[in-house]
Design a protein around this ligand. Structure first.
Ligand SMILES: NC(=O)c1ccc[n+]([C@@H]2O[C@H](COP(=O)([O-])OP(=O)(O)OC[C@H]3O[C@@H](n4cnc5c(N)ncnc54)[C@H](O)[C@@H]3O)[C@@H](O)[C@H]2O)c1
Length: 429
């Protein structure tokens, strides 16, 4: 860090990583490598020097491959495998733990990390029920740690602009909208084959847009309904879903409502021209916002590469690899920025001048509702409702609807023609 080192404060952070799969490769790997090689700058904390102290995964295979291929791009780290990889990881001198296991395994890992007094960052969706969310929020509060969720689409410059226009009241009162996110077959067929049984693409990808809508427009979630299709990833009448169509109703100030449809799939053909198809449209009292993440500018054809080894359209804003104008190779984008922001938040809390200052700093960081676990209630409620409706559908009772903060409870699922609802969560959402 050169000549100015004497003048610049340096804060050391050690990270732990749980899960070394696809998302580790896409965003955590470049985050840890960039931070290890160059540090992270924060105007309030100084330079944050950061390494990856230890990782935990099921078999350790990808961790070993990574260590081999990364060489001196990353520090030496310890790799733990099942059984009990988590407890071994937590015995390390680490400040924070990143949880990137399949989403039905987030809760246990996050609770164990909090119990060990570590700050936590969880991949989206945080957890799959409000019951689990309540426990996480309470545990983080009593342990005095921050517990955050990664929703990197909030850092996409296009989505930041959308939110800015709404925030500044240039786009006024959203009435309705749609979002679609289509993943290739390779995701359901190979990448997630280990844990896909009984799962759906809505929880995995619609959650990006559930959060975007919740965070950008505010309001109160009123009801959730959904349906889906089966027969490619699993049985035609089974409980593993190919595609899902979700609808959420929100209420805003003055009692006006809005409806949002989110369509997702993980069975799009692999020769599709982009990595994922992502499109949104939101209609306001005084305007329309159209966004297309795949068609935002670049189309490139390379003989014998596109569209299989390389895609025709690429998202250079997410985690693009570049040769910078000054010759340095880099990997940067909003998928990595969101993780760096978490590191700054941990460093800010850790850098306190004493217990009182620490409590104030913790409060400030916990109040950031773009990523705090305590602000994830309506997103988790939607996911829990969607999963319950799909389970009920697979059990032979399709087209249920979940009402939010109903006289019977916080989340109540109703079947067609049946007056009595089933309470999924009895507290207030
Ligand atoms: N933000 C995004 O756009 C994005 C993209 C992909 C995945 N994700 C999220 O990241 C998480 C992981 O997804 P992925 O695509 O990397 O999955 P993956 O299947 O590629 O990898 C999962 C990893 O978790 C490990 N693991 C599984 N069970 C474990 C356990 N009990 N203890 C320790 N390690 C365990 C596996 O060994 C593997 O390394 C999911 O929550 C997913 O929703 C986010």
């Amino acid at each position: 860090m050169g000549m100015s080192q004497a003048m610049v404060k340096i804060q050391q952070l050690h990270g732990g990583m749980v899960g070394m799969g696809m998302i580790f490769e896409e965003t955590y790997r470049p985050f840890f490598e960039n931070a290890y090689q160059h540090g992270i700058h924060d105007s309030r904390t100084g330079i944050i020097s950061l390494d990856i102290a230890a990782v935990a995964s099921r078999t350790g295979k990808r961790a070993a491959q990574y260590k081999e291929s990364a060489g001196d791009r990353i520090n030496d780290f310890t790799s733990y495998v099942e059984p009990d990889s988590m407890q071994q990881l937590l015995a390390h001198d680490i400040d924070f733990v990143c949880v990137a296991t399949p989403d039905d395994r987030h809760f246990d890992a996050a609770m164990a990390a909090i119990a060990a007094g570590k700050h936590v960052l969880i991949e989206k969706p945080s957890v799959l029920s409000l019951q689990e969310l309540d426990q996480l929020i309470a545990a983080a509060q009593s342990a005095g740690v921050i517990c955050k969720v990664v929703y990197h689409k909030l850092f996409d410059p296009d989505h930041k602009k959308l939110r800015t226009l709404v925030h500044d009241n240039i786009l006024q009162h959203v009435n309705n909208g749609y979002c679609t996110l289509l993943e290739p077959k390779e995701i359901s067929g190979a990448q997630f084959a280990e844990w896909i049984q009984g799962r759906n693409p809505g929880t995995y990808v619609a959650v990006h847009y559930i959060k975007l809508i919740d965070f950008t427009f505010g309001g109160k979630l009123k009801s959730v309904s959904c349906t889906g299709q089966r027969g490619l990833v699993g049985e035609a009448h089974g409980n593993t879903w190919d595609s899902v169509q979700l609808q959420m109703i929100y209420e805003y100030e003055g009692g006006r409502e809005a409806a949002f449809d989110i369509h997702t799939s993980w069975v799009t053909p692999d020769n599709f021209p982009g990595y994922v198809e992502q499109e949104v449209q939101f209609r306001f009292d005084n305007g329309v916002w159209n966004g297309h993440s795949r068609k935002r500018g670049v189309e490139c054809t390379v003989e014998e590469k596109t569209p299989h080894i390389m895609k025709n359209s690429m998202n250079n804003h997410y985690n693009g690899t570049f040769v910078e104008p000054n010759g340095r190779r880099s990997q940067r984008g909003y998928g990595i920025e969101v993780l760096e922001q978490f590191a700054r938040e941990v460093a800010f809390v850790k850098n306190s001048a004493g217990p009182d200052d620490q409590a104030l700093r913790l409060k400030e960081i916990q109040a950031l509702n773009y990523n705090d676990i305590s602000a994830d209630r309506q997103t988790v409620a939607t996911v829990q409702a969607m999963e319950a409706i799909l389970d009920e559908h697979a059990a032979g009772n399709p087209n249920c609807i979940v009402n939010v903060n109903d006289p019977q409870g916080g989340l109540v699922m109703y079947s067609l023609g049946v007056r009595e609802g089933k309470v999924l969560y009895d507290g207030q959402v």
